[in-house]
Design a protein around this ligand. Structure first.
Ligand code: PEP
Ligand code: MG
Length: 324
């Protein structure tokens, strides 16, 4: 396991005061597993499974799905893979649902986990496929767009029922994505039931700051570095400590070295990022100490806007990098 902390340069992702940060990868297609291995990441922290459904002319069978998950798991050779169940609905409708003619017209308000619960047969087929592979591989299940305990508990109950039907002694670890503002108001209930949670900063930022996720990175004041989003992350970390529920961050911004260092300061110890960002984030983590990261994170939360946070972190990191 220690070997996975090392990058191409033979350096582990650890702060100067010895705090280890686990780096795992975000992937959207099976072939991207190669870059996870090449970047010496410790596994897959987010496998987005939507392509399996959006690009299929027909409903993919359980076996077809299981082959994809199993193939990826065997490439990973024992490293864990977090499979996020499909985050569909809204403007992402699988074409076969229309051709089958059996389903209602697309309801643009039903998406994420609500869509999974509404399309029970499709959701169950994905769960069956994942559970088939968990017998031989370390797969974990992550549920998207959780808005409260109710939907999350219903989805967990479905997974538990299918595990019993498949003759499994237990389910694999089940996690919730924290990416809606509503979920922040049900944190204790969600974290109490979840085996782990992953913060999705793409959606959390867009919904908290009333912006569009594509625009968030380009705009000055709408970014995951906004003090309100940082406060939300601090709150989730505190709940995770209180309820002994591991918390990671898997939004795109985790691959931004400035934001990654801020996350370390907020108490995050696992980042799931685009494999292309692994090297630069590893180097950034190796140049900071966790105590000053924590102090900077507190100052960042007290800032009035994103620009001030950006400036604060940039100033700190250039100092941190220059010091011997
Ligand atoms: C997120 O919202 O931050 C996230 C990781 O999920 P996705 O980008 O797939 O919506
Ligand atoms: Mg999301």
């Amino acid at each position: 396991e220690v070997a996975n902390l090392w990058d191409d340069a033979g350096e582990p992702s650890v702060t100067t005061d010895g705090v280890e940060i686990t780096l795992v990868g975000n992937v959207g297609r099976p072939e991207e597993i190669a870059s996870v291995l090449k970047s010496k990441l410790s596994g897959v922290g987010l496998f987005r499974t939507e392509f399996l459904f959006l690009e299929a002319a027909e409903r993919p069978s359980t076996d077809t799905q299981a082959e994809v998950y199993g193939g990826m798991a065997s490439c990973l050779g024992g490293l864990p893979m977090v499979v996020r169940t499909f985050d569909l609905g809204g403007d992402k409708q699988p074409p076969f649902l229309f051709t089958e003619g059996s389903e209602q017209d697309a309801n643009l308000f039903v998406r994420g986990l609500r869509f999974s619960l509404a399309e029970g047969r499709l959701f169950e087929s994905q769960i069956r496929a994942i559970l088939k592979v968990t017998r031989t591989a370390d797969l974990r299940i992550l549920l998207p767009m959780v808005v409260g305990l109710d939907g999350f508990a219903r989805a967990v109950a479905v997974i538990e029922r299918i595990a019993v039907e498949c003759g499994l002694p237990r389910t694999p670890p089940i996690g919730a994505m924290i990416e809606t503002p509503a979920s922040l108001y049900a944190l204790d209930q969600i974290l109490d039931l979840a085996d782990f949670v992953a913060i999705g900063t793409n959606d959390l930022t867009q919904y908290m700051l009333a912006t569009e996720r594509g625009l968030a990175d380009k705009s000055e004041d709408c970014s995951a570095m906004h003090p309100a989003v940082l406060q939300a992350i601090r709150q989730i970390v505190a709940a995770g400590v209180r309820l002994q529920c591991p918390v990671s961050v898997c939004g795109e911004e985790a691959g931004n070295p400035d934001f990654a260092c801020l996350l370390v300061g907020l108490g995050i110890r696992e980042l799931s990022l685009s494999p292309s960002q692994a090297g630069v984030v590893r180097q950034a983590i190796r140049a900071i100490d966790s105590k000053s990261a924590q102090a900077i994170a507190e100052q960042a939360i007290a800032c009035g806007n994103t620009s001030d946070v950006r400036a604060l972190v940039a100033r700190w990191r250039s100092g941190a990098t220059e010091s011997p």
